[in-house]
Design a protein around this ligand. Structure first.
Ligand SMILES: [Zn+2]
Length: 378
């Protein structure tokens, strides 16, 4: 999740924000430790805390994923401008680190948040250093305790136009932390480099993405959702038959990635849908593959071996949940595919039927053409 776009509008917003916070930042540094509580956080920080609190309350209801206690994680948020880091906050420290100042309930939105700038430079250097991903680190040690570390700028949408971007990272990445306690998927492995490419596999993988591309907004009826799940199982089963790799990477990598990235993408999207209700736009886990321009074989492999699972994984999980299947069973080392296969219990004949049904999609000839086009890329 490090894909960042920019647009001119967000830059203007960025400038406006920068101007308005500069004066309060100066006040802060001038008055030192005697600073009043009201000056610890800017309206932008409070907006982020409001998102964190709101999403946390939604996850705490255990309706999206039973057991994911987002509210309970320790986090270190570091704000930065083009000049570097200028303020930072710890959330949920077991004991407040020395020099940390507690935000009052209004500023902290009812969360346990402390202004704590002492480590922000080091944290910022880590995230933006040669090994950093420019947004977060899973672990950052403060006074002997591990924190999830994330940087944020005045543009909480990070130029994406998506208000929830900053908090989405946090809810998503901390769900990966939550996954640390899950049982392994037997045989699973991440092997992006050797992910198989063949025309037949590409056709099926693009098809799978296409049948799921409008979830979770569309379709809404259970019968239509179940039909998509049947087609999903049929497509992935066929892919496994065609898998040329000795390590069975369709089963051991693809289906595993759908669990690994599908579940955080699922909770992230479902949480956002509940919290950011002001947007009436349809929500999709992913996009049509046809919207991307792919020019090299490495890009094809990265798209099919990595990116698509952020769409098909949550898509399958969403349908399973709508059908009443216990999706938390994934914590016992199950993939969305396995849960779907067991639930649907289709015969070979039914799977063949479902595969034919899927291929009756109106752009099947374009899917085949796309697969041919990608296979000749260097
Ligand atoms: Zn992820």
């Amino acid at each position: 999740m490090t894909h960042i776009k920019s647009n001119p509008f967000s830059f203007i917003v960025f400038l406006l924000f920068s101007a308005s916070i500069l004066s309060s930042a100066e006040k802060c540094s001038q008055s030192g430790a005697a600073v009043g509580n009201a000056d610890l956080a800017t309206p932008l920080d409070e907006l982020l805390f409001n998102h964190i609190k709101g999403l946390g309350d939604i996850y705490a209801k255990d309706e999206i994923w039973k057991g994911y206690a987002y509210n309970s994680y320790r986090q270190y948020f570091v704000h930065f401008t083009e000049k570097g880091p200028d303020r930072a906050f710890v959330i949920n420290p077991p004991t407040p680190p020395q020099g940390a100042i507690r935000l009052d309930a209004k500023e902290g939105k009812g969360l346990e948040i402390y202004r704590y700038d002492l480590r922000m430079k080091e944290a910022h250097d880590l995230v933006f250093g040669s090994e950093g991903n420019g947004t977060f680190e899973f672990t950052f040690d403060i006074a002997g305790n591990n924190y999830y570390l994330q940087t944020y700028s005045d543009d909480l949408a990070e130029g994406s136009g998506d208000t929830s971007r900053a908090v989405s990272f946090s809810t998503h990445e901390l769900f990966h932390r939550y996954q640390d306690n899950w049982e392994n998927v037997p045989g699973s492995k991440q092997d992006f480099d050797n992910f198989p490419l063949s025309k037949e596999l590409l056709e099926l993988q693009i098809l799978c993405q296409e049948i799921m591309k409008e979830l979770p907004s569309y379709p809404t009826e259970i019968s239509a959702l179940k039909k998509i799940l049947r087609q999903y199982v049929a497509i992935r089963s066929k892919e496994m038959e065609l898998d040329p790799t000795p390590d069975e990477l369709i089963r051991n990598h693809e289906l595993y990635q759908e669990q690994m990235e599908g579940s955080p993408k699922y909770i992230e999207t479902m949480g956002n849908m509940q919290f950011f209700t002001h947007s009436g736009n349809p929500v999709h886990f992913s996009y049509s593959i046809f919207e991307f321009s792919i020019e090299t074989q490495a890009e094809v492999r990265s798209m099919m071996g990595q990116s698509v699972y952020y769409g098909t994984g949550p898509g399958a999980i969403y349908i399973l949940d709508r059908l009443g299947v216990n999706i938390e069973a994934m914590e016992q080392g199950k993939t969305p595919y396995e849960l779907a296969k067991t639930y649907l219990n289709m015969s070979h004949w039914e799977q063949d039927q479902a595969l034919q049904e899927a291929k009756a999609i109106k752009n099947w000839p374009e899917i085949q053409a796309k697969a041919r086009e990608w296979m000749v890329l260097k």
